[in-house]
Design a protein around this ligand. Sequence first.
Ligand code: 5AD
Ligand code: SF4
Length: 529
Amino acid sequence: MPSQTAPNPPSAGPRTVFLETFGCQMNVLDSQLVRGQLLGLGYRFIDRWEEADVILYNTCSVREHAEQKVYSRLGWVALHKRERPEVVVGVIGCMAEREGLDLARRFRQVDVMCGPGELDKLPMLIDNVLRTSLDRRGGKRAAQAALQGNNHRRSTTLAAAEDELELLDLARSFSPDEHQGSAYVRITRGCNKFCTYCVVPNTRGREVHRSPDAIVEECRKLVDSGVIEITLIGQTVNHYHYDHGAAVQVNGVAQPQIGATVGADGPRIKAGSRVTAFADLLYRIHEEVPDLARLRFVTNFPRDFGDDILHVMRACPRICRYLHLPVQSGSNRILKLMNRGYVVEEYLELLDRARAALPDVQIASDLICGFPTETQADHDATCELTRKARWKNAFIFKYSPRPGTAAIERFTDDVPDDVKRQRNNELLAIQSVISREVHEACVGKCVRVFVESVTDRRGSPTNAADPAVELRWQPTREVTQLSGRTDGDLIVLFEGDPSVVGTIVEVEIRSAAALSLFGSQVNEAIQVP
Ligand code: 5AD
Ligand code: SF4
């Protein structure tokens, strides 16, 4: 909401930036990299947008709801700019890519737009607008600065030319102030899968894999700076592969590579070429960064998930026993319309393989309900799969038609919203019973927890929506409640000292609910690894 007090004058010292992030882990990492870049140039980050010289929204286009939030922010910002016209407003990330100059035309309060494929240019764009506004403070800005639609340029020239976006990752800050023991490392950008509902291949471009040497080096530097947990990220991490025979170096830097097509018989790679596949990458990081306590990765594509990955996970105790395997639907007919490239039976076979190789693995999924033409029978099939799969949790979304996707072109959004909502609730109810059972199996055990944050200084329940939580968590005194995750990604809440945030502690689990476990810390921070 806009400030009720008089607006601050433009700051005389370093420019202040407010940056809000919407969407996935990829955006969280992009925001961290943007932050690092701007800090390096002398900008200062603040928590109150009303006081900032530069307001940035790192946006997500995956569902309409995420975009609506940004439109609402832009409404407030328009009012704010009536009083502080010199403030620079930037929309970065997927909305900037998807909407392009249309957005800048419709929202005159937006000064800078920058798609996810051009974030290395963001400081230059902001600087251009700031310089313009210096001369024209109080007046209409002379120009908006926008970069968009360039993921295609990157993809086609990548094999032969320097990939500037790689420099953004390479230039990340390793300052301990920038992490609390945990960090994301990008291994793949973009996506080639073209699921018919999904906007990501349009906004982030084709799959591009970073060189394994750059990834291992980044992990090593992060660990040297105090990181103990690394999450490798990519839209389909298990399809990572880097063909050393085709590697290109520019100024001594191994360049990222456009992904080869992964078919039913695996990636097509030239005979005799040496390849680092995802399993090899995991193994290299585990072996070459021995002080890393936890190595995790998201997200996986259920097709072509090889046993080699499961074998490496089993052989490497510091790789987390967690797999995010989004299935999207339990109906083979709908999976086909979604262009997912697998059937339910193959998905279940993968779960069996994973659990046979890693008996303590926890698996999570994503589901979309109300995809065009979804019948009651299709929905029943998704309910049945949910019961069989026994995920630790599932993220359930109502289908949202997205501009530029195949689904919006080919199908009418014909499942009414109330039916989508009802199916969503039904799936949530089924999954909630299973999640509770998965959690209850942990009661009485001691688990290692990477402590992420202080959730509540009074110790009242965070999961107030779940009545069981309230029954079991009724503090009678002032306490600090901490939140963390097991290596199977189960959420654990416990009382503790905030100084253990960013470390791994042992917690005895006393009770369980659908969303989390509750326990007591049994020792000080564990020496890792
Ligand atoms: N509508 C609803 N959910 C979607 N997702 C992606 N695109 C859409 C869409 N158009 C969901 C998928 C994906 C997660 C990140 O978002 O479940 O796995
Ligand atoms: Fe979107 Fe499918 Fe790629 Fe995931 S795999 S990012 S759902 S196109």
